[in-house]
Design a protein around this ligand. Structure first.
Ligand code: EUG
Length: 608
C-alpha cells in the first residue's frame, strides 16, 4: 500500500490542466479517496524498455527524436524511457492508459512532443512522414474510460497539443461564440467567462467532469447536460493540419473565406461539410475550434424523481420520450441506476458488501434507505430553465406524467444536504463544471473504468432490451451493473461504466469479456456504440458493417488519400492505414499484445 499522496492538486493559475481554485478543497478530498484505494505503488517500471514503434530500428528512432528535439526544443520532446506514473483524473499520465484492459505497457507512447504553435504541429507531421513514425495527437487526454491519452499503436509519439496550445482565442459576448485551442478545458473556459464578468450572460455546456478539452471532447462527440448537450452539433469551424507529407493547413466552413466574420456563426460554409471527417477519426490534427455558448436562460431549477422498481424502466422511458422531444424536458438529463447513487458517494464497495459476484439487490437497497435518495431502482436528474412562471408550467406537466409510475417520488431539494450528488448535477446542468462524478471509481481498489456506450431511441422496449443484455453479461462476469441513460433529443446514450481493479488480471479479463459480449449482443439487436475504448475500437467499427462494410471501405479510401504514409493515429476508431492493414493489428478479444505483425516497409503497401 502506497502512502496517501497528500500533495495539492495543481490549480489553473499554475497549469493549463489544473483545477479551478474554487474546486481545490473538493479535489483534495477526491484525491485522498483515490489514493486510499491504491494498493500498489503509483509508478510502474518499463519492464520492456523504451517502447519503439514497429518498422524502425532503435538507432534510427533515436536519431529521428533528436531531429524533432532540434526543431521543437529539446525540452519539448521527452522520451518515455523511465517509468510509468499513473496519478489520478486531475494529474493523469500522457504516456499510457492508466485504466488498462491489458498491461500498462501495451497502449504506451515512446515519447511525448509538445508543439507550441500550428507551425510546430506541421513540423511534427512532416517529421513523422519522413521517418514513418506514428503520431498520436491528444488535447488533454482526459477521456478516461476510453483510453485517456494513450495511443492505439504501441510506441507512437504522442503529440500533446494541450500543454502549449491552450489559449482561448476569442469569446464573443454578442454572438455567443468562442474560439479555442486544444488545451482549453471546460474548467478553464468557465473560469475565463467568470473572470470577464460574463457568467450572468452566457453558459458553457460541460460534461460530468470539467477537466477535458472543449475541442477534444467535441471531436470525440462528447456530451454535456444543458440544452446544448450535443457538443458536436453546437461547434462551428475547425482549423486542421492534414497528415500528408505537406502537412497542409485548412479551415472548414466559413473559415475558408479569407476575412469572414462568420466562422463561429455558421458551421457549413459552401460545398461539402468537411468537419465530420475530423471527428472520431485519424484524418487530421485539429488546432482550433469554434464553439457556441448558451445564453443564460434567466433562471433554472433542478429536480429529482425516484422510481421503485427495476422494471419501471420501460414505462418511464416511454413517458420521457414525448416530453423530451417537445422540449418540456429540456436538457440532457440522466436516468441513473440506484446502485450508482450509492457508488458515487466515493467509498469502496467493501463498505457495503464483501461477498463475491454482483452486489445483491436487497443489499444495496437496504443501504440506499439511509441515503437522501432513499430506497429506489432509478433516479431521474433533470433541470427546468427560464423564469419561475415558465418553469412552473413545464414542471407541473413533468410531475403529472412521472407520477403515472406507481411509487414515483419527487425529492424536495430543500431536504438535501450540501454534499449530496444532486447538487453536482445541478451545477453541471447549469453550465458550471464540477469534480464529483469520478468518485465511483473508488468502488474498486485501483479503481479503473471502461464504458459500454450504446445508442437507442427513447423507447421503453429498447431500454429494456439493452438493460437486459447488460444485466445478463454483468451477472455472468460477476460485475456490478451501474447504468445511466443520458437522454438526447431523439435518442439516448446508455452509459454502462464497468469499474474494475486495474491490478487484478482476472478481473480485467472478466471486464473485457463482459464489454465484448455486450457489444456483440447489442449489435445483434441493432444497437451500436457512440464511442469506445481503444481496445474495443476494432470490434465496434466492425459492427458498423452494412453492405459488406462499405463505410469502412470509404473510411480506408479517405485514410489512404489523406495520410498516404499512415502516420496519424493508426487504428484510431478502427481505421488502419494501408501499411498496417492485413497484418493482424485488429483487436477482437483474447490477444496478449496490442501489436500486429509489423508494418509494410514503405508507404501505401497493404497486404490486402
Ligand atoms: C458518462 C457519460 C458519457 C460517457 C462516459 C461517461 C457519464 C457517466 C454521455 O457520455 O461517454 C455517469
Amino acid at each position: 500500500m502506497s502512502p496517501p499522496d497528500i500533495s495539492l492538486t495543481p490549480t489553473l493559475g499554475t497549469k493549463h490542466s489544473g483545477i479551478p481554485e474554487r474546486l481545490l478543497p473538493k479535489a483534495t478530498y477526491a484525491k485522498s479517496l483515490v489514493y486510499q484505494g491504491k494498493t500498489v505503488s503509483d509508478s510502474t517500471p518499463l519492464t520492456r524498455g523504451l517502447p519503439i514503434p514497429q518498422g524502425i530500428s532503435k538507432n534510427a528512432f533515436l536519431t529521428a527524436i533528436s531531429e524533432l528535439q532540434s526543431a521543437l526544443g529539446s525540452e519539448n520532446v521527452v522520451l518515455n524511457d523511465k517509468e510509468l506514473k499513473n496519478g489520478w483524473y486531475m494529474e493523469h499520465p500522457n504516456t499510457h492508459d492508466m485504466m488498462p484492459l491489458h498491461s500498462y505497457e501495451e497502449f504506451v507512447a515512446s515519447a511525448v512532443a509538445y508543439p507550441g504553435s500550428v507551425e510546430e504541429v506541421q513540423t511534427a507531421v512532416r517529421w513523422a512522414n519522413k521517418h514513418l513514425v506514428p503520431l498520436f495527437p491528444i488535447s488533454m487526454g482526459r477521456n478516461l474510460g476510453y483510453g485517456g491519452a494513450a495511443p492505439r499503436v504501441r510506441g507512437s509519439v504522442t503529440l500533446d497539443l494541450g500543454r502549449r496550445m491552450n489559449k482561448i482565442l476569442d469569446i464573443n459576448a454578442e454572438d455567443y461564440t468562442c474560439l479555442v485551442e486544444p488545451g482549453v478545458t471546460f474548467y478553464a473556459l468557465y473560469e475565463e467567462i467568470v473572470k470577464r464578468g460574463l457568467q450572468d450572460k452566457m453558459w458553457i455546456d460541460t460534461p460530468d467532469l470539467g477537466g477535458g478539452s472543449v475541442l477534444g471532447n467535441t471531436l470525440d462527440r462528447g456530451v454535456g447536460y444543458t440544452p446544448y448537450g450535443d457538443h458536436w452539433a453546437t461547434h462551428s469551424g475547425l482549423e486542421v493540419v492534414l497528415p500528408g507529407p505537406e502537412a497542409q493547413l485548412l479551415r472548414t466552413g466559413m473559415g475558408a473565406l479569407e476575412g469572414a466574420n462568420t466562422w463561429q456563426c455558421f458551421p457549413y460554409g459552401f460545398g461539402p461539410y468537411s468537419d465530420g471527417i475530423f471527428s472520431q477519426s485519424n484524418y487530421g490534427i485539429v488546432t482550433k475550434m469554434g464553439m457556441t455558448l448558451m445564453p443564460n436562460p434567466g433562471g433554472y431549477e433542478s429536480f429529482m424523481y425516484t422510481f421503485p422498481n427495476d422494471s419501471d424502466l420501460a414505462s418511464l422511458i416511454d413517458i420521457i420520450r414525448p416530453l423530451r422531444i417537445s422540449n418540456i424536458l429540456e436538457n440532457v438529463a440522466q436516468l441513473r441506476h440506484g446502485l450508482q447513487t450509492l457508488s458515487v458517494k466515493g467509498f469502496p464497495r467493501t463498505r457495503y458488501y464483501t461477498g463475491s459476484g454482483p452486489m445483491p439487490e436487497p443489499v444495496y437497497r437496504e443501504h440506499l434507505k439511509s441515503t437522501a435518495t432513499g430506497d429506489c431502482a432509478w433516479v431521474y436528474y433533470g433541470m427546468s430553465y427560464g423564469p419561475a412562471h415558465i418553469r412552473k408550467y413545464k414542471l407541473d406537466v413533468i410531475d403529472a406524467e412521472f407520477h403515472k409510475i406507481p411509487g414515483c417520488k419527487k425529492i424536495d431539494p430543500k431536504t438535501l444536504p450540501a454534499d449530496e450528488y444532486f447538487w453536482s448535477r445541478d451545477k453541471v446542468a447549469s453550465g458550471t463544471p464540477d469534480l464529483e462524478e469520478l468518485k465511483w471509481v473508488n468502488w474498486m481498489p485501483n479503481g479503473s473504468h471502461i464504458a459500454f456506450s450504446p445508442i437507442a431511441p427513447i423507447q421503453g422496449e429498447d431500454a429494456r432490451k439493452l438493460y437486459g443484455l447488460a444485466k445478463k453479461r454483468h451477472t455472468e462476469a460477476g460485475i456490478d451493473l451501474m447504468p445511466a441513460f443520458c437522454v438526447g433529443l431523439r435518442e439516448m446514450h446508455l452509459i454502462v461504466e464497468i469499474v474494475f481493479d486495474a491490478e487484478d488480471e482476472g478481473m480485467r479479463r472478466k471486464a473485457e469479456k463482459c464489454l465484448r459480449d455486450m457489444i456483440d449482443d447489442a449489435a445483434k439487436l441493432g444497437y451500436g456504440e457512440y464511442r469506445t475504448h481503444l481496445a474495443l475500437m476494432d470490434q465496434v467499427a466492425g459492427t458498423y458493417n452494412w453492405n459488406e462494410g462499405s463505410l469502412m471501405k470509404f473510411n480506408n479510401q479517405l485514410k489512404d488519400t489523406l495520410d498516404p504514409n499512415g502516420i496519424l493515429a493508426p487504428g484510431r476508431c478502427g481505421i488502419w492505414p494501408a501499411r498496417y492493414r492485413g497484418r493482424g493489428w485488429e483487436l477482437k478479444g483474447g490477444e496478449t499484445s496490442v501489436e500486429g505483425d509489423g508494418v509494410a516497409p514503405v508507404a501505401g503497401q497493404s497486404k490486402i
